[in-house]
Design a protein around this ligand. Structure first.
Ligand code: PLP
Length: 396
């Protein structure tokens, strides 16, 4: 395992072939403190580091934007979980996406899924569009759509799976084979699944991006982003961009995500278990029109999900009879589920994607149905979650 710049401070627990996920989550990149024996990675606040002679930093660190020990611990740990040699921490998921996309030149083209996080689409459409970078939204669950949309200028396929908010599943291995055959790079947003449920790089992806704000942090108290990769040209690009642009996480933010990651496996197991019970309730409910969840055999990508995921995740969407009015009423009628944007933390959240997380894609090919509700199932007592949803559906 390597991290760019400075002393990577490895602990000997980084190799996925040697240590299991849960062990690496707690130990990779996190050696015991050499002065005190402390088992927790210190929050290293120093912005500058002493040099032995000009241009010879004592431990490889010069300036904290370029690299600092807490960030390197976090980068080494999460890179290991994603089965990657290199990891780069950023101040948000959007900063991570932006730093990666700066790789593109005017007239280059991006293919992206037609169900995706609204903010990613806004970045590609509004910011990169201004710089003459072209995009096309296609149905990635139909792999042939890539060949149809491919032009000489296409450089990147940008894929989310499961998708946000319709929980479609895309075949990472197949898409990576097609993308590579055509000469492009495959980027996978692994925010929804997390490396506990799927590792896209081991299925052929060239890079993985994260909103660490979600399951990785896991407690709704830190905004962060991450890119993991083994691709040498992306490593060079990201090492330069992370330092040159400087959208880096603070040492405290790195500490919080690193702490969150330690319990990722147990939290994900509980998110998945609770989600399955909620899906069973919704599936039988007369007010519910359709349930979207990769664990349902009716989901188009269910068999692919069974192949490429360890479990089906904690995100569930459903449409209701009665249109937008009913969807908004249900969303505003829960007590345990909090009406709020975001996802992936210990507390359950409910939202109306059309008016909230996906408002920026209204009028685009990514527009979401207005009778749709998205829930992020938390790790509370399942009986309380069931009772809460039942009462909210009965009010509407
Ligand atoms: N990717 C996905 C799938 C997301 O859901 C989000 C945020 O909701 C992002 C990226 C952006 O991350 P952040 O909010 O940390 O900038």
């Amino acid at each position: 395992m390597k991290t760019h710049g400075g002393d990577p401070l490895l602990s000997g627990f980084e190799n996925p072939e040697e240590f299991g996920f849960e062990t690496r989550a707690i130990r990779a990149g996190q050696p015991h403190d050499s002065r005190t024996g402390g088992v927790v990675t210190p929050i290293a606040l120093s912005t500058t580091f002493a040099q032995d002679s000009v241009g010879e930093p004592k431990f490889g660190y010069e300036y904290a934007r370029t690299g600092n020990p807490t960030r390197h611990a976090y980068e080494a740990c999460l890179a290991s979980l994603e089965c990657a040699q290199y990891g780069f921490g950023f101040s948000s998921g959007m900063a991570a996406e932006d730093s990666l996309l700066r790789f593109l030149k005017p007239n280059d083209k991006i293919l992206l899924g037609d169900d995706a996080y609204g903010g990613s689409f806004r970045l590609i459409d509004k910011i990169y569009g201004q710089n003459k970078i072209v995009h096309e939204a296609i149905d990635l669950s139909e792999p042939d759509s890539i060949k149809k949309a491919w032009t000489e200028e296409t450089k990147i396929v940008w894929l989310e799976t499961p998708t946000n908010p319709l929980l479609n599943v895309v075949d990472i291995k197949k898409i990576s084979e097609i993308t590579h055959e055509l000469g492009g790079l495959l980027i996978v947003d692994n925010t929804f699944a997390t490396p506990y449920l799927q590792t896209p790089i081991s299925l052929g992806a060239d890079a993985v991006v994260h909103s660490a704000t979600k399951y990785l942090g896991g407690h709704s108290d830190v905004v962060g982003g991450f890119v993991a990769t083994n691709n040498e040209s992306l490593v060079e690009h990201l090492s330069f961009t992370q330092n040159a642009v400087g959208a880096v996480p603070s040492p405290f933010d790195c500490y919080l995500v690193l702490r969150g990651i330690k319990t990722l496996a147990v939290r994900m197991d509980r998110h998945c278990e609770n989600a399955k019970t909620i899906v069973a309730l919704l599936n039988e409910h007369p007010k519910v029109k359709q349930v979207f969840y990769p664990g349902l055999s009716s989901n188009k990508g269910h068999n692919i999900a069974k192949e490429q995921m360890k479990d089906f995740g904690g995100m569930v969407s459903f449409s209701v009879h009665g249109g937008r009015k009913t969807a908004e009423k249900v969303s505003a009628s829960t007590k345990v589920f909090t009406l709020a944007e975001s996802l992936g933390a210990v507390e359950s959240l409910i939202e109306h994607p059309g008016a909230m997380t996906h408002a920026s894609v209204v009028g685009s090919p990514l527009e979401v149905p207005e009778d749709l509700i998205r829930i992020s199932v938390g790790i509370e007592l399942i009986d309380d979650l069931v009772t809460d949803l039942e009462q909210a559906l009965s009010v509407a």
